[in-house]
Design a protein around this ligand. Structure first.
Ligand code: HSE
Length: 449
């Protein structure tokens, strides 16, 4: 029996798995424990028939004979006993070639590979359409949190305005520890490394690359546009100082690393998309401000739906395997029915440059504490059309730290302000610029938005 034969609805759909790390191992163990229950609930019996691993000698999978293991991923894709291919290798090659090969052989594919989807997702969607099979990737963004299906199915008729997410658990853990326990960035990161959240080289997480790949995928789904990781403006959390967090608290905010994708003009069919990852001041009463530790959450604003938030585990073996399993059931259903879902390749989107962002900003400046300095600093803000909403001065011995929140201003203008401030003799240091989320309480004093 093959999955599309239809002669025996009880016959298993045979799954080939490429890569058996944390997620692959979890998928196999979930199916070992619960294939009967999945079958009872969904009418689909899934059976893992072949697994490609890097080193066959290292693996002991209790329910899978060693003849099912191979180091040759290509042989899994081509195996006539494999109906659906799950790709958990990561990276672009050989994952891309293997998935194309599987689809050309008429096999639906499921991938948890954010790098792949964020860089060549559109090419793969085109290949899936040509081959008449599914390419499903719920697990590629925000782990267990259902996001692809809610955005493309439940909200298919919705005009999405903006999606903001905490999509990197490592940085959210670090920022939560800094916020709740007052510890420094280095100490919080070391703890994240000890607990296994952060890699020994943490740059993919702390510099925002991981979140940027996810932001590209989210923007693509939300706006039905071809958006790639290189389109995403990106800043990480490395410049965040405990004093920034202290000020954030005083001003009523939490600092979070946000992935933001928003509609920034264009037409209904071809929206201009703005997509960025950076630390942000999130008002304490915003649902994203309460997302703690390594949890992820995605906040969606739709024109008719209003605000929605999806919350959960964004990483980890079993949570990610749960999303893979959902895709597998879907792919198997479609295969049985002789069809596929409606994902199609997307038109290339126009991306709004970060310079055109309009928002409020938090900025600290360390200056000499003497007459005339504040006036000189304020003149620079004014000269670039940046209106100050609030300012606080804190003494630092012979120096002072000036803490500004601006009214809504143009990114190009605040950047020009920073460049000019850095040239003032009285300015010792310009601190981290943090964008502020939420309505400007006195928009009339700033730019019209
Ligand atoms: N390193 C990521 C995180 C998980 O911390 O959320 C994988 O994308």
């Amino acid at each position: 029996m093959t999955a599309d034969g239809g002669d025996d609805p009880q016959a298993p759909v045979r799954v080939g798995v490429l890569g058996c790390g944390t997620v692959g191992g979890a998928l196999i163990s979930i199916l070992d424990e619960g294939a009967d229950e999945v079958a009872a609930r969904t009418g689909i019996r899934l059976e893992v028939t072949r697994v490609a691993v890097r080193n066959v000698a290292r693996y002991r999978l209790p329910t899978l004979g060693s003849d099912r293991l191979t180091h040759d991923a290509h042989s899994v894709v081509c195996d006539p006993d494999v109906d659906v291919v799950v790709e958990l290798i990561g990276g672009i090659e050989p994952a891309r070639t293997l998935l194309v090969e599987a689809m050309r052989a008429g096999k639906p594919v499921v991938s948890a590979n954010k790098e792949l989807l964020a860089n060549v997702g559109n090419e793969l969607l085109a290949e899936a359409e040509r081959a008449g099979v599914d390419l499903l990737y719920e697990a590629a963004v925000a782990g267990a949190i259902p996001l692809v299906r809610p955005l493309t199915e439940s909200l298919a008729g919705e005009r999405i305005l903006r999606v903001m997410g905490i999509v990197n658990g490592t940085t959210n853990f670090v920022l939560t520890r800094m916020s709740e326990d007052g510890i420094g960035y280095g100490e919080a990161l070391a703890e994240a490394q000890r607990l296994g959240y952060a890699e020994r080289d943490p740059s993919a997480d702390v510099e925002g690359y991981d979140a940027a790949a996810k932001a590209a995928i989210i923007a693509g789904i939300a706006f039905n546009a071809d958006v790639v990781a290189g389109d995403v403006y990106r800043e990480g959390i490395t410049g965040i100082d405990p004093s920034d967090i202290e000020f954030a608290h005083r001003l009523g905010y939490e600092v979070k690393l946000l992935a933001v994708a928003e509609r920034a003009g264009g037409s209904a069919a071809r929206p201009v998309v703005a997509v960025r990852v950076h630390p942000a001041m999130v008002p304490r009463d915003h649902p994203l401000a309460g997302v703690r530790g390594s949890y992820n959450a995605v906040f969606i604003e739709g024109e008719a739906s209003g605000e929605l938030m999806l919350y959960g585990r964004g990483a980890g073996g079993r949570p990610t395997a749960s999303a893979v399993l959902g895709d597998l059931v879907d792919a198997a259903h479609n295969l049985r029915a002789g069809g596929r879902g409606r994902a199609a390749p997307r038109a290339r989107s126009e991306i709004r440059p970060i310079d055109e962002l309009e928002t409020q900003y938090y900025l600290t400046i360390d200056v000499e504490d003497r007459p005339g300095v504040l006036a000189a600093v304020a003149t620079v803000f004014g000269g670039h059309r940046v209106s100050i909403r609030s300012m606080e001065q804190v003494g630092l011995g012979g120096e002072a730290r000036l803490v500004f929140i601006t009214h809504t201003a143009l990114e190009a203008d605040i950047q020009a302000t920073i460049s000019e401030l850095a040239l003032l003799e009285s300015v010792e240091r310009v601190g981290k610029l943090i964008r502020v989320i939420g309505p400007d309480p006195d928009a009339a004093s700033g730019r019209a938005t």
